[in-house]
Design a protein around this ligand. Structure first.
Ligand code: 1BN
Ligand code: ZN
Length: 402
């Protein structure tokens, strides 16, 4: 009450001063509000910029952000990429998922038919691979890419089967094999004997089945990798037309890989990119071929990817020491650094010629039954392919950081 009275009796000057004070107070309040607004804007801007910052945390880069890539950055990223080391418990858990029964009966058996390009056998094998990948929970994007090519046997339709875990990821680790079988000359048949067909178990039905088993064993992990929008994803390629119809030559062999390398070199990645293509997105091209005979040897073929060959050596050694490989007498049996061999012609060549880093997992010397009717299930050593699949499980899991 007293306060009211005092107000009532205030002089003109006091009233003026009071008004001025109130005015000052409201200005201070306005200033504070402005400052708070500016602070909020600065914080929002800072958060936005840091979430789009590509300098240190590459895991945040993704094509959904519509970022254009630079070739030097992609090269730097692939050269500096390091595998994530698994603990013993993780290794045991990962290789425990490899199922040799599934590999042998569900995955390999349906591929062991004649599968010449453009035939019903080829289509059936393609359908088997496609439907298996479609059934997995990881959510592969699948594509059958068909094209016609002139061959010594006339125009033939070839079909590559492609699977990508996350097509929008900036970088890819590519695992490849060929699913076509070789057309054998009639002279290779036993005279008057029953007609036998070339089945190409090691060439390359087993490598295709191993890749299918690998991604099946890691299915749950790959699903998580995809959900995490990782910077490096996995691509699978099942090539058609690896084999020559006559004597292998640059124009008669590697039909599918020549076509795909050309396609990828013309496809901008990310879509709309001006400087980068799907080929630039390839960290490493891993090719499996001629696998399945007992006691195989694999040598390193390329200096620029020797550190990835070393990873295979290291995975084999760790699995051996943990007692996780069977019929595997020595710590280092398969991946041999003590031997040297020149490069071998195969589906990696068109990619190598375009500068893609290659890891060629091909048995050397070639199996004695290569390109004979004896390349059948009877000559395949199930423990060897199980062991090699386990090595690849560790390799893949550590490369992509599962
Ligand atoms: C591997 C399996 N190769 C053939 N069957 C290697 C090769 C491919 C060699 C094309 C020459 C040409
Ligand atoms: Zn062959």
């Amino acid at each position: 009450m007293r306060t009211i009275r005092r107000h009532r009796s205030a002089t003109g000057t006091e009233l003026l001063l009071g008004r001025c004070n109130r005015l000052r107070m409201s200005r201070v309040r306005m200033l504070l509000v402005c400052l708070c607004g500016m602070l909020a804007m600065a914080l929002t801007l800072g958060f936005y910029l840091s979430s789009n910052d590509t300098s240190d945390d590459n895991d945040s880069i993704h094509m959904d952000d519509n970022i254009q890539f630079r070739v030097p950055d992609l090269i730097r990223d692939k050269l500096t990429h390091n595998p994530r080391r698994s603990t013993v418990a993780q290794i045991k858990r990962l290789v425990g998922q490899v199922n040799s029964g599934r590999l042998w009966y569900s995955l390999l058996r349906p591929i062991l038919v004649e599968r010449l390009p453009g035939t019903r056998g080829s289509r059936r094998v393609r359908e088997h691979i496609y439907s298996h990948l479609e059934f997995l929970s990881a959510g592969w994007s699948l594509e059958v890419d068909s094209f016609n090519s002139a061959t010594p046997k006339g125009l033939i339709t070839f079909s590559n089967l492609l699977a990508v875990l996350d097509p929008s990821a900036p970088r890819r680790l590519l695992l490849a094999c060929h699913y076509d079988s070789k057309a054998m000359p009639p002279a290779s048949q036993t005279p008057d004997g029953p007609l036998r067909r070339f089945l190409g178990a090691s060439d390359a039905a087993v490598p295709c089945a191993m890749i299918l088993e690998l991604v099946t064993a890691l299915d749950v992990h790959l699903k998580v990798l995809k959900q995490q929008k990782s910077q490096v994803t996995v691509q699978l390629v099942f090539f058609d037309g690896n084999e020559a119809f006559e004597q292998p030559s640059p124009s008669d062999s590697l039909y599918g890989s020549r076509y795909l390398a050309d396609q990828m070199s013309r496809t901008p990645h990310p879509p709309g990119a001006e400087h980068t293509t799907l080929l630039n997105a390839l960290d490493l091209f891993v090719l499996l071929d001629l696998i399945g005979a007992p006691d195989p040897m694999f040598v390193n073929h390329f200096d620029n990817t020797v550190r990835w060959f070393d990873e295979l050596v290291y995975a084999e050694r760790r699995l051996h020491k943990l007692g996780l490989l069977s019929s595997h007498p020595r710590e280092v049996s398969y991946f041999r650094k003590d031997l040297n061999l020149g490069p071998v012609e195969d589906d990696h060549v068109p990619f190598l010629q375009q500068g893609v880093p290659v890891l060629h997992m091909i048995t050397t010397p070639f199996p004695s039954f290569m390109h004979t009717l004896e390349d059948t299930m009877e000559h395949i050593h199930s423990q060897t392919i199980e062991n090699l699949t386990k090595v690849l499980v560790v390799f893949l899991a550590e490369y992509i950081g599962l």
